[in-house]
Design a protein. Sequence first.
Length: 271
Amino acid sequence: MTSEVDTSRANIGDVITWQVKGNNSGENKTLEFPEVNINGDSVSIYSQRLIFNNNKKVIGRTIEIAFWDTGRFYTPFYFVNVLDQQGNFIYDLEIEKTPIDIISILESLDDVNARPVKGPVPVAGIIPYRKILLVFLSLLIIFSIILVWKKRIKHTYQKSNQYYRKLPIEIANNRISSLNNKGFAKEFYTELSHITREYIEYSSYIRTLEMTTEEIILNKNLFSINDTIFSEWVDLLTKADLVKYAKHSITSSEMENDKTKAINILNNFFN
């Protein structure tokens, strides 16, 4: 075991590095380096950290300490614990104390006479002209902002008296008519299925947008329509599912026919 300090002579308050090291290479025993706890006015501990070797094994501890009085001091009491392979305590080793001489900073100076008093410090004037100017400029800026705000041109917007709300059937027909049967079949049938479901949900308050095609078939009794229109609608939804999920091939003429069929279904759904 070794106990070393980076200096044997220091001034009051200087940080002294103290290192305690051990070989810790025994096969049957392990060294444990506990933390140092000191309660006193004449010595302080700044930091502590373990020391590791190249194999990441603990071989010691570094402690940074400082003393706050003059005279000869010694490093604090420190014991290193020896453990067996299972980590059980066997015995402890007391570390040899190292003397340190603490001197006043005046003793290290060539001239120990009192230092000259610091020169006079300039003080602020009685009248704070700068603050008065800043306050005046701030008030001027605030007044200018208020003046510009009051002179702004106020625009008066008149609401139109005409109010026209399209019916669900008109919205659905316009959306179907705007579908492009020259584009991708998946996007076409996805939009076509959504338009029919949305129209029926808004018209009958049945949540068809949240229902699958199978759920619509099982709940046929909820729809007050004739069997022919309902069958045509279900066939259209089934075909849309095949195109969306099974990549069923569709021609442009089929898409145009299904667009006409969807308009017919919606116009006759509640007739």
